[in-house]
Structure formats: structure tokens, C-alpha cells
Ligand binder design. Structure first.
Ligand code: PLP
Length: 381
């Protein structure tokens, strides 16, 4: 496809080698992994191998990994499954950051309708939540705390390890949505101190519709799906062999090339920033501090983001205002509002996100186009 793609935080293209690893399981090796005959045994052995690969990369046991249909399911399962298990021991209070993805926020809203109480912790104006704010929010009946690793709109990394330490001291279960950080930061759940963690393959050049949930051994989680005995009876449904193989290969590849990719992505982003921020136009970067290299969220003064996005699209540059799944709603970003931006400031904000295929030349070209489009808004006014 022609054009410049700057929406890698929404999704990434499938890697050619990953497709190659998946292809036999989309064609000749089609057996149901739970069938006892040779066709089934062959696919089950591919799934076992994929689970071992992912477990090795995460530094966990294969029995702590569950395959799901993606980040949304992993997040939903963690929130409902962990909170409902805590309810059985009388803990019905949940604490989450207010900048979580909707896969977490909508799930906790549903928990509230079920009778749980939820405390939302806002970030500081740099886009990072403060561990102390969690300490203040925790109560006697807190059973679950959830904080994402990298925010999908600003790219800001959250102090997950510090918050995990606090919750551990108090015997509270801690979950982290690592869907956005997965390609950029080496995820080691044991070192991070998390009890559960989610990832999604399409964010790291794997197929869409496949994710994983890590649940530490001994941590209680209720089922979200009921059906067959797949995934040790925790998640029924015929296993999508090709997708599982694709996820494990994509994750392995992203681990092997992480440093090189991160550097290339940062170079492309910096080249873009140099042109845009050096243009003399009034622009503010939203979110500061420790960030993943791929995301640049900026407020473009005097430019409404939805018309900017469509003008950029006409010019061949694809990008989003924020979360792709929320782009149909024209509401300003809740993440930016909770960082203290006004509604007007949030609706002037857009997210540029870079990937391993973005070249410096492309990034500079996209920034020049952005400058031209922004100047066009000034002319219209
Ligand atoms: N969590 C975060 C932080 C995300 O950015 C996304 C996707 O954008 C999701 C969860 C949902 O993942 P999926 O698209 O695999 O359902």
C-alpha cells in the first residue's frame, strides 16, 4: 500500500518470517490440537513448542501462560477473573489508573455494576501515575490493583515495579496491561513483581486476534470462558494453532531485535520531531519522562485533530488521535484530560507512532506534510 504509515501503536503489519512459520498450520497441519490422533498430536506439539518459547522469553513457566483472542480478552479476563476470585475472600475494592485502555476501564465499570467499588488514580501532568497515590487509594478490602506498563496514547512508562512492590507487601493481586510495551521493553513478570500480565501479538508484527495472559502460579483467577478443557480447563475453545505459533515467533523475533529496532524507531521519531518542533509552529509534546520509543503525542495549537487526521490521510499519511478503538467516538481523550489538559487542548492532540519499517526519510517527509497541513489551518482561520 502507498503512503506513510504512522499508526504502529494501533497495529503493525505481519512479519514475513512469522507468516512463514504460521503457514503450515493454516494449510496442511490443520488438526484439532485436542484430537488424540496423529493430526491433533502434531498441532498440539506445535502449540506446546510455542508456549515453551514464549515462557522462555518471559522467564516464566509454560503452565503460567494462557492463550487468548488478544489484548482485550486478556485484559477483561484479568480484571473479571482476578477481581471475582478476590471477592470470594471478601475483597471487593479495585484500584486502577485512570489512563488504562478501555479493555480495562470498561471491565472495571462492569465490575462496579456488579457491586465492586473502584478507585481511579489520575496521573501527574507528565502522564505518569505516582506510586504514593496508589498507597493512598488502597484499603483493607482492596483485592486487585491494575496499572498498565506503557500508555497507548502518550507512550509514557508507568512505575509498575514500584507499585507491584507496594501491593505485594499488602497481599493485593497486581495486574499490568503490557500490550503497548511488549515490543520495546524486555518483559520479565517475575522481576517486575506482577501477578498477571497481558500481551497482544498484533502490536509486535504478529497476527491479529491472538494474545496471551500470564498468571503467576498460585494466583487465583476465575474463568471468563466456559467450554472444553483447553488451557488447563481455564479457557475453553479450539486452539488457533497458526495464531499461537505466530504470536510466539513474533515475540521471539521482537526480543532478538529489540535493541536494533528501538534505536531505528527512535531515530525515525527524532527526525520527525526535529522537522515538526523546529518548524516554528506552536506545538507541545503531551507526556514526558521514561517512554517507549515509538509514540509521539502532540498538541497542535489551533488545529482540530479529527480534521487534521482526515487532511493527513488525503495527503497519504495514516495516524490516529489516540486509541484506534475509540477513534469512532469524537470525544476528547480521557487520558489527556486526566493529565490536566482541557477539552479544547485534548481535541488539538494527535498521536504519531513509528515502527520498525519507518525510515528517517519517510518520517521527515511525513513531518513536512504535517507542517504544511497545520499551516493550511492558519490560512483558513
Ligand atoms: N491494551 C492496550 C494498552 C492497547 O493499546 C490495546 C490495543 O490498542 C489493547 C489493550 C487491546 O488489544 P487488542 O487490540 O489485541 O484487543
Amino acid at each position: 500500500m502507498k503512503g506513510i504509515y504512522l499508526d504502529y501503536a494501533s497495529t503493525t503489519p505481519l512479519d514475513g518470517e512469522v507468516l512463514e512459520a504460521m503457514t503450515p498450520y493454516l494449510t496442511s497441519e490443520f488438526g484439532n490440537a485436542d484430537s488424540l490422533h496423529s493430526f491433533g498430536r502434531k498441532t498440539m506439539s506445535a502449540i506446546d513448542k510455542a508456549r515453551d518459547m514464549l515462557a522462555e522469553d518471559l522467564g516464566v513457566s509454560p503452565s503460567e501462560i494462557y492463550f487468548t483472542s488478544g489484548g482485550t480478552e486478556s485484559d477483561n479476563w484479568a480484571i473479571f477473573g482476578l477481581a471475582r476470585a478476590q471477592k470470594e475472600v471478601g475483597k471487593t475494592h479495585v484500584v486502577v489508573s485512570s489512563i488504562e485502555h478501555h479493555a480495562v476501564l470498561s471491565a472495571v465499570e462492569e465490575l462496579e455494576r456488579e457491586g465492586f467499588s473502584v478507585t481511579y488514580v489520575d496521573p501527574n501532568k507528565r502522564g505518569m501515575v505516582e506510586p504514593n497515590a496508589f498507597l493512598e487509594a488502597i484499603r483493607q478490602d482492596t483485592g486487585l490493583v491494575a496499572v498498565m506498563h506503557a500508555n497507548n496514547e502518550t507512550g509514557v512508562l508507568q512505575p509498575v515495579e514500584e507499585i507491584a512492590k507496594l501491593t505485594k507487601e499488602k497481599g493485593i493481586v497486581f495486574f499490568s496491561d503490557c500490550v503497548q510495551s511488549a515490543p520495546y521493553v524486555a518483559l520479565k513478570p517475575r522481576e517486575m513483581g506482577v501477578d498477571a500480565l497481558s500481551i497482544s501479538a498484533h502490536k509486535f508484527y504478529g497476527p491479529k486476534g491472538i494474545g496471551a495472559l500470564y498468571v503467576k502460579k498460585g494466583v487465583k483467577i476465575k474463568n471468563l470462558h466456559f467450554g472444553g478443557e483447553q488451557e488447563r480447563g481455564k479457557r475453553g475453545g479450539t486452539l488457533p494453532t497458526a495464531s499461537i505459533v505466530g504470536l510466539a515467533h513474533a515475540y521471539r523475533k521482537s526480543c532478538l531485535h529489540r535493541e536494533v529496532n528501538n534505536q531505528a524507531i527512535a531515530s525515525a521519531r527524532l527526525a520527525f520531531e526535529k522537522v515538526l518542533l523546529g518548524s516554528g509552529l506552536q506545538v507541545t509534546v503531551n507526556g514526558e519522562g521514561n517512554k517507549i520509543p515509538s509514540v509521539l503525542n502532540v498538541q497542535l495549537y489551533g488545529v482540530h485533530n479529527t480534521s487534521f487526521l482526515s487532511k493527513m490521510d488525503l495527503e497519504g499519511v495514516a495516524l490516529s488521535a489516540g486509541a484506534a478503538c475509540a477513534s469512532a467516538s469524537l470525544k476528547p481523550s480521557e487520558t489527556l484530560l486526566s493529565m490536566g489538559l482541557t477539552e479544547a487542548e485534548a481535541s488539538e492532540s494527535v498521536r504519531f507512532s513509528f515502527g520498525k519499517h519507518t525510515t528517517v526519510l519517510e518520517a521527515e517527509e511525513a513531518a513536512r506534510i504535517a507542517v504544511r497541513v497545520i499551516k493550511g489551518f492558519g490560512d483558513e482561520a
